[in-house]
Design a protein around this ligand. Structure first.
Ligand code: ZN
Length: 287
């Protein structure tokens, strides 16, 4: 059964660990992440971007697949199905499709508009028993042409949004989506500390978890981060393992071209990445 992310994140914040959000792209991704969450008895959040939702033919397909997989695989750990960086309209579509959690990314709006739209979604999520993530301070990334350092959120604006009744808050603290450039300045722990001081028990979300050094991840968790998003790292693991399989000519041996064989090394590689992350985040055994 799908659950809202609210309870698992409150527990994580109180217990000083973080729950991983792993983005899904297709059946193999979803199956791999669910299997590891069950194996390690860890709560898990499946993230779906609007682009990945479209790729899988729509949010209803995604919700149907995830719900059925939880049942067919006998998954008993808490699983949240979460829209990643949603537009306002995308959020409404996911409510209708049966997601259990959404992120509204209003960080590119002026703060008053971000507040107004977030407020409307707080009410909608409450009516549907769903959890809501909001964002303050845009998180950079290669796709935005931002290189070097990500933006740092204004702690007072974070407090304003946190007080609206959301369940988790994403705040820019110098983190970036995708691979980090060599000249990256690192996470701004002063910003994180200031946000945490003003927002209290609010579980904080760290986006762009790929390639942040382990000691920075641990420090971020100690300063109130209770959810960490991982996307690119699973893509890189999948691609590397698939490349090795092809380069070794395995697809040309026997029935090595069978998609169930061709996609297996990549799927196993995603599993290994998810295992490592759950161990690092401290969510193992916390289901
Ligand atoms: Zn993000």
């Amino acid at each position: 059964m799908l659950v809202s992310a609210k309870e698992m994140l409150q527990k994580a914040k109180a217990g000083h660990y973080a729950v991983g959000q792993f983005n899904i792209n297709n059946l193999e991704w979803t199956k791999a992440i669910l299997a590891v969450a069950q194996e390690l008895n860890s709560p898990v959040i499946l993230g779906v971007s609007e682009g990945a939702g479209k790729y899988m033919t729509g949010f209803k397909t995604v919700a149907g697949m995830v719900k059925a997989m939880i049942e067919e695989m006998n998954i008993t750990v808490p699983v949240a199905l979460h829209l990643d960086h949603g537009t306002y309209d995308g959020c409404l579509k996911c409510v209708e499709a049966g997601f259990s959690s959404i992120m509204f990314d209003g960080s590119h709006y002026p703060i008053d508009e971000n507040v107004a739209k977030t407020k409307e979604l707080v009410k909608i999520c409450a009516d549907h028993g769903m959890s809501l993530e909001a964002e303050v301070g845009a998180i950079g990334g290669e796709e935005d042409g931002v290189i070097g350092t990500g933006e740092c959120a204004d702690p007072a604006e974070c407090k304003m949004i946190a007080d609206l009744g959301i369940d988790m808050l994403a705040a820019g603290i110098g983190n970036i989506h995708g691979k980090y450039p060599a000249n990256w300045a690192g996470l701004s722990f002063d910003t994180l500390d200031a946000i945490q001081a003003l927002t209290g028990d609010m579980p904080l979300v760290l986006h762009g978890g790929t390639g942040i050094p382990e000691d920075m991840i641990k420090k971020a968790i100690s300063l109130g981060v209770a959810k960490i998003n991982v996307n690119t790292e699973c893509q890189l693991s999948f691609a590397d393992a698939t490349r090795k399989y092809i380069e070794a000519g395995k697809d040309l041996e026997g029935k090595g071209f069978d998609p169930r064989k061709l996609l297996l090394p990549g799927t196993e590689a995603i599993k290994e990445t998810v295992r490592e992350k759950m161990q690092l985040f401290g969510s193992v055994g916390k289901a």
